[in-house]
Design a binder for this molecule. Structure first.
Ligand SMILES: N[C@@H](CCC(=O)N[C@@H](CS)C(=O)NCC(=O)O)C(=O)O
Length: 281
């Protein structure tokens, strides 16, 4: 099934699209934003996936990060999916908390009830959505990079490392790097995958870099004034695991920056340029 175009706006010479479609994986309608740079008018362009954090839809990064300017300059498409299934009948956190359920899908396929039917963000992003995009838009699927913020940084690192043939470049903003060891991750992986922590390892960037490594280098930007740094993000755990695995990590601690899109908009240009360099040719 194809996309319904919800909106199209000219932006830095390219086109900012918002698309909707029915997902077979989540069993719900899904929305996403795709920026096509001017270069996409004349041929296929490489693409950068951006996975968003808790409480977000495609809209936060699309409206706040300013990625379009840099993507136009480098000729990169920018794909921003939603963070969970939504709609009638989709179960949420029983207490309505922001860190589980709606807008908090954690990029896994849930095995626990009542979430297993709809919360299939991993398969949605690794199987269904790439196929749909490839069929409908001028995207060069041989040249894909992935990044994300916070929960989306966790998604980018884990999906990237599990699909090294698909992704050539990998970066993140303030990612959750060790979900098995921090409260956000323990709640989400426990709630979606159950108590057997053996099943969590394939969704834990620190465990994955140890078990699978990564074929390239990784860029992470992290604000040192981020409220979530000490309890939830803990980049030093991933830094140690990368060192042990021999994976080159550039972890840039950015003084005075917090967790917000003011931080992301300050460094998104660096990330787009970094991916563009690795997706060239
Ligand atoms: N709502 C949470 C914070 C959630 C949060 O910071 N979400 C980040 C991603 S983890 C975000 O990008 N929020 C949306 C925005 O800033 O536009 C709180 O108040 O503690």
């Amino acid at each position: 099934m194809g996309f319904e175009k919800k909106s199209e706006n000219k932006c830095f010479g390219g086109r900012q699209l918002v698309l909707a479609h029915d997902s077979a994986e989540t069993g719900t309608p899904m929305e996403l934003a795709v920026y096509l740079p001017p270069q996409a008018e004349t041929g296929k362009v490489p693409m950068l996936w951006y996975l968003s954090g808790l409480t977000c839809t495609w809209e936060n990064v699309t409206a706040k990060a300013g990625a379009q300017r840099w993507c136009a300059e480098h000729g990169l498409a920018f794909v921003a999916p939603d963070t969970s299934p939504r709609g009638e009948g989709v179960p949420d956190d029983p207490d309505g908390a922001y860190d589980f359920g709606l807008a908090a899908g954690f990029y896994v396929d849930a095995t626990e009830e009542p979430f297993a039917k709809n919360y299939r963000m991993y398969s949605y992003l690794t199987k269904e959505l790439p196929g749909l995009l490839a069929g409908e838009l001028p995207l060069d699927m041989e040249r894909q990079g992935i990044t994300g913020h916070s929960m989306g940084g966790h998604g980018a690192l884990t999906i990237g490392m599990r699909h090294p043939d698909r992704f050539r470049s990998l970066s993140a903003f303030a990612p959750i790097v060790a979900p098995s060891q921090v409260p956000w991750g323990e709640k989400a992986l426990g709630g979606y995958l159950g108590d057997d922590q053996a099943t969590w390892a394939e969704h834990d960037a620190t465990a994955l870099v140890a078990s699978r490594g990564w074929h390239g280098d990784i860029l992470i930007d992290q604000g040192d004034a981020d409220n979530f740094l000490v309890e939830q993000l803990r980049p030093e755990i991933f830094e140690a695991a990368c060192k042990e695995a021999g994976v080159p990590l550039s972890l840039r601690m950015q003084p005075g920056y917090d967790h917000s899109y003011y931080f992301i908009s300050s460094f998104i240009g660096d990330h787009v340029a970094w991916h563009a360099e690795r997706l060239r040719g």
